[in-house]
Structure formats: structure tokens, C-alpha cells
Design a protein around this ligand. Structure first.
Ligand code: LLP
Length: 428
């Protein structure tokens, strides 16, 4: 039975591509994040293929999953990158990403981050405020450079997603309110060390409908019309993150049809108003590239059947996969052996000392201590949101390529937890 692309039961045992997950657990231990190279490549190609024949660039949102090998593979497939910190920038460079295909998003870029990005020659800064425009202009002046900028416009549309990951409504901290956009572009065009190149938005993540995004695109294209009247030329339009994925049985929009719809909408507008002069289109997908290409492998430590609830305590926790605790997100949990009988309902929880530490609730599973479990759809915002809470070292990461297992991050040794810490010179 196929559970996700390249994740399936074969002869009753859970496999990713041609490798049984049991083999990975034996060799690398648990908890371990496991990715499929084929699924990841297909996740990216769904965007790239739909863009074929258009002037478009797919900039993978590094925050979704930032392991160097994942970035390297995506760079190899032609991806650009959407980054939000100096750390993500250095990761992309270390993985061999092309600086010219990097765009830098985020509301709080420091002067040092702006300077470093300018120094390596990134493709575009997605600026989110008047203050950032001035800071970037000053940094570029000191570097005797001109910084390519796009303004992130907050189009004030409701993306209809979880409030923590909705970013395109007026009252969020993100972007420049659309009513201030003209003034911001005039300011950007006036500043001598900035070069206006684009316009962008990102209204939220895990969007299950295209309509809010199309509404946002329409607001941006309307603004481009106004800007062109003022001789402020825009070369690219960046529509932000990708479409949502199915964690449970949500109805989703296929990536290809989402991308084609956006491209067609923009092409139609260009044809109608501008006699065909095309505009480059950028996408910044994260979740839909890597989300279903990865899983978190864990082992059942203890079973605690109870009067009210049955608890299965596993060796992964909220520090490894935060999404359930933070958003009450639902991740499918599947056992290593297919279809074991005698099911009970279990809350699958970690060993961390708080009740918020749960990974799945009220799931019908047949479990024994020592069993392996896989949390599916954990490729995006899984490892990248992991922490050290309760002094738990970060999990290992492996990538499976057909019948080969590549360790792409060694399990963190305990000593690394406090390697940067220092004792006091206690003299009294
Ligand atoms: N571009 C920008 C500027 C973003 O802020 C994000 C995500 C993306 C692109 C990628 O969006 P995607 O294609 O992945 O939907 N931790 C949350 C998700 C936070 C998303 C933050 N921004 C979660 O686990 O659901």
C-alpha cells in the first residue's frame, strides 16, 4: 500500500524507496528524520516543470528543511533559494547554491546580514519596511554597491489558514501595507544605492485554496500598473510560498495547476495592458517541495495504558517535531508492520516534561514496546524547527536514494549540547 510518494509497505514492511525503515533504525538509531531523494526531486520538479516555457524561478524556502544535502540536491535541480537569515545564507552557499538565485525575505534583517548578502551578490532583497529600505541603502553605500530590491506588499487578503502561519492580513507584522506601497516605492526609487527590481508578497502557508493567492496576485499587478505610470519599472513578481499539502485527507490543489494558474493570470494581465512585455515570476515554495518527502522515525519506549487514556511514550518529542504542540497539527502515524490486529486508541507522546509534548492523539494503533513508528509528512518544518529542550540532542537525518542510505546529518553527540557553554570563575 502506497502511503506517500515513495513511502509504502512492501511485503508488509514499511519502506522508503527500496529501503526498509527497520534497517535505518538498526543502523542509525532513533529518532531519525528520513527523506526520499526521488520524492524530494519530484516535489521540486512539479514546480519546475509547470514553469517550463515561462520566465520563472523557483526559490525553495530554506526554512522548511535546511539540511545541506537537501539544499545541494535542489541546487543541482536548478533551484533558487528564499532565505531569512545569515545562517540560511551560509547554508545555501555551503551547499553550492547560486548566490544570484537567492532572495532574502524577513522582517528583521540585521545590518550584518544585509552586508553579507550584498557582499556575496544575492539576487534580491525582499524589503518589508521603510526603515529597512533606509538601512539597506546605507549598507549598500558603505559597500559601494547597489542593492536589488523588491518590496513585500501586504495585500490584506485572508489566506484561510492557521492564524500562526497567516501573514497576509493587515494586522500581521509582515510586509508594507498596500495603501503605503506607492510611497514606499517612490522612496526606494529615490534612494541612490537601491535598485528597484521587483514586487513580492507571501500571504501565508498551508493554503488549501488558490483563490486568496490569486486575489493577492491581482492586487500586486494592479500596483505594478500604478508604478509603471510613475516610470518605476518592475522586472519580477514574486508570489511567495507554495500551495498546501495533504496531511490527512484534505483536498488540495495540485502544484502544477496552481503554478499554471498563477502564470496564466500574470500573462493575461501583461497581454491585456502592456502589449506582451513579460515579467519574470518567482515562487518561494517550501512545504510542498519537501513536506511529503520526509518522515520522522521513532521507537516506542513504554506503553502506559490507563483508565482515561492510553499513552504510548516514544523516543521522539516536541523538540524533534514541534508542529503538533505548536499548531495542533495532525501527522499520520504508521507502524513498521502493516495491518497488525488488536488495535487500541493511543496518545503518542514524547518524554518531555510537559503535557504539551504530544505527537499524535487518539490514534487507533496496535503497539508493543520496542515497535518502530513513522510520523509522515514531516519533511517540512520538522527538523528545521527542532530544539534542544530538555537537553535532547538533535536527531540524525538520512536520505534514501533507491537502495542506498546516505547519512546527511549525524546524530548530535551529548557533548555538543554544552560545547559553547562556559563555567564561572567561582572564587567565593
Ligand atoms: N516565503 C516566505 C516569505 C515565508 O515566510 C514562507 C513560510 C514561505 C515562503 C514558504 O511557505 P510554504 O511554501 O512552505 O507554505 N512552521 C509552520 C510554517 C511556517 C511558514 C513560514 N513561512 C508550519 O510548520 O506549518
Amino acid at each position: 500500500m502506497m502511503l506517500r510518494p515513495h513511502i509504502a509497505y512492501r511485503l508488509g514492511q514499511l519502506h522508503i524507496e527500496e529501503v526498509a525503515l527497520e534497517r535505518i533504525a538498526r543502523r542509525y538509531g532513533t529518532p531519525t528524520y528520513v527523506y526520499s531523494r526521488a520524492a524530494l526531486s519530484e516535489g521540486f520538479r512539479a514546480y519546475a516543470d509547470a514553469c517550463r516555457g515561462h520566465d520563472a524561478l523557483v526559490c525553495y524556502a530554506v526554512k522548511a528543511s535546511s539540511n545541506l544535502a537537501i539544499l545541494q540536491l535542489l541546487a543541482h535541480l536548478g533551484a533558487g533559494f528564499d532565505i531569512v537569515s545569515a545562517g540560511e545564507l551560509e547554508r545555501v552557499l555551503a551547499a553550492g547554491g547560486d548566490p544570484a538565485k537567492i532572495i532574502f525575505s524577513g522582517v528583521g534583517k540585521t545590518a550584518a546580514e544585509l552586508g553579507r548578502a550584498l557582499e556575496v551578490g544575492i539576487g534580491c532583497f525582499n524589503v518589508e519596511s521603510f526603515s529597512e529600505l533606509h538601512r539597506l541603502d546605507a549598507v549598500a553605500r558603505d559597500a559601494r554597491a547597489r542593492a536589488p530590491v523588491s518590496l513585500r506588499i501586504n495585500p490584506d487578503v485572508d489566506p484561510k489558514t492557521h492564524p500562526y502561519i497567516a501573514t497576509g492580513l493587515k494586522d500581521t507584522k509582515f510586509g508594507i501595507p498596500i495603501e503605503d506601497a506607492l510611497a514606499a516605492y517612490r522612496e526606494a526609487a529615490r534612494l541612490p544605492h537601491l535598485e528597484v527590481v521587483g514586487i513580492d508578497c507571501h500571504i501565508g502557508s498551508q493554503l488549501l485554496e488558490e483563490e486568496p493567492l490569486i486575489a493577492a496576485v491581482d492586487r500586486l499587478t494592479g500596483l505594478v500598473d500604478r508604478l509603471e505610470l510613475e516610470q518605476i519599472a518592475i522586472r519580477h513578481i514574486d508570489v511567495g510560498g507554495g500551495i498546501g499539502i495533504a496531511y490527512q485527507a484534505e483536498e488540495t490543489v495540485a502544484v502544477g495547476s496552481f503554478v499554471k494558474r498563477v502564470l496564466a493570470r500574470i500573462a493575461d494581465w501583461r497581454r491585456a495592458r502592456h502589449g506582451g512585455s513579460p515579467l519574470r515570476v518567482l515562487f518561494e515554495p517550501g512545504r510542498s517541495v519537501v513536506g511529503n518527502a520526509g518522515l520522522l522515525l521513532a521507537r516506542v519506549e513504554y506503553l502506559k495504558p490507563g483508565h482515561e487514556k492510553n499513552y504510548a511514550i516514544v523516543d521522539a518529542a516536541m523538540n524533534d517535531l514541534l508542529r503538533p504542540s505548536l499548531y495542533e497539527a495532525w501527522h499520520e502515524v504508521v507502524p513498521f508492520q502493516e495491518g497488525q490486529a488488536g488495535a487500541k486508541r493511543w496518545d503518542v507522546v514524547g518524554p518531555i516534561c510537559e503535557s504539551g509534548d504530544w505527537l499524535a492523539r487518539d490514534r487507533e494503533l496496535s503497539l508493543a514496546e520496542g515497535d518502530l513508528l513513522a510520523f509522515l509528512s514531516a519533511g517540512a518544518y520538522g527538523m528545521s524547527m527542532a530544539s534542544h529542550y530538555n537537553s535532547r540532542p538533535l536527531a540524525a537525518e538520512v536520505m534514501v536514494d533507491r537502495d542506498t542510505i546516505h547519512e546527511i546529518r549525524a546524530r548530535e553527540p551529548i557533548s555538543a549540547l554544552f560545547a559553547q557553554e562556559k563555567l564561572l570563575p567561582l572564587t567565593r
